[in-house]
Design a protein. Structure first.
Length: 195
C-alpha cells in the first residue's frame, strides 16, 4: 500500500478530480485502490481476464472499480493507457512513477531497522518498482548491502533490459502473476546500476 499512498497523496487536485486509472494483476491495484479510498479519489483498476479472484475482490473491497481486459498484464496496461487518454483519468504506471518507487522503497527501511546487520536483500521483479526502491533505499543507507533482484524466467523483460542496457520486450509466459510483464520499464532500470 506504501507506493500507492505516497503517490496518490501527492497528486494535484486537477489530477485527482477525474479519477485515477492503472493496470495490475492485483498487488499494485490493491495499493492504488486503498490509497484512493483514503483520499476520496475514484480508482479504476484494469486487470487481465482470469486475474486472481482474491485480489480482484480485495481491490473492490478497497473501493476500486475493476475492468477486465485482455489475457495478460500488458493487454490490461495498454487498455488502461488508452482509457486514460480518452477519458482524462490520471494514469498511474506500475513502475514509471518516482513517488510510487519512493513509497515502495520504505519497506527496505523497515528491513534495515529490524536487521541492522543485513548484508543481502532479495526482491522479486515484475515491473521493477520494488527492486528500484529497495536499491535506492538500501544503498543510500549502506552501500555494502547487496540487492539481488529475481525475475521469472518465463517473463524476462526487466532482466533483459538491464543486461542489454536498453528497454527490451520479451515473451510473457509466466503464471507468476505479480512478475508477469513483457516489457522492461524505463524508470526502474537506472537503479540497477546502483545495485
Amino acid at each position: 500500500m506504501r507506493g500507492g499512498v505516497n503517490l496518490v497523496s501527492q497528486l494535484a487536485e486537477e489530477e485527482r478530480r477525474p479519477g485515477v486509472i492503472t493496470a495490475s494483476t492485483g498487488n499494485h491495484g490493491q495499493s492504488i485502490a486503498y490509497a484512493s479510498g483514503l483520499l476520496g479519489v475514484r480508482a479504476i483498476i484494469v486487470v487481465p481476464e482470469g486475474a486472481n479472484p482474491g485480489k480482484v475482490e480485495s481491490i473492490r473491497n478497497l473501493g476500486g472499480e475493476v475492468i477486465f481486459h485482455g489475457r495478460t498484464f500488458d493487454d490490461a496496461r495498454k487498455h488502461a493507457e488508452r482509457l486514460s487518454r480518452e477519458e482524462g483519468y490520471r494514469y498511474i504506471h506500475s513502475a514509471n512513477e518516482p513517488a510510487l518507487i519512493a513509497g515502495v522503497g520504505t519497506y527496505t527501511l523497515e528491513i534495515i531497522q529490524e536487521l541492522s546487520d543485513v548484508d543481502v536483500i532479495i526482491v522479486l521483479v515484475g515491473g521493477g518498482s520494488g527492486a528500484c526502491g529497495t536499491c535506492i533505499a538500501a544503498k543510500g543507507i549502506n552501500p555494502r548491502i547487496q540487492v539481488i533482484a529475481a525475475q521469472a524466467a518465463e517473463a524476462p523483460a526487466a532482466y533483459l533490459s538491464w543486461k542489454e542496457g536498453r528497454i527490451v520486450e520479451a515473451p510473457n509466459k509466466t503464471e507468476a502473476e505479480g512478475l508477469a510483464t513483457q516489457i522492461g520499464f524505463e524508470l526502474p532500470q537506472p537503479s540497477s546500476e546502483i545495485c
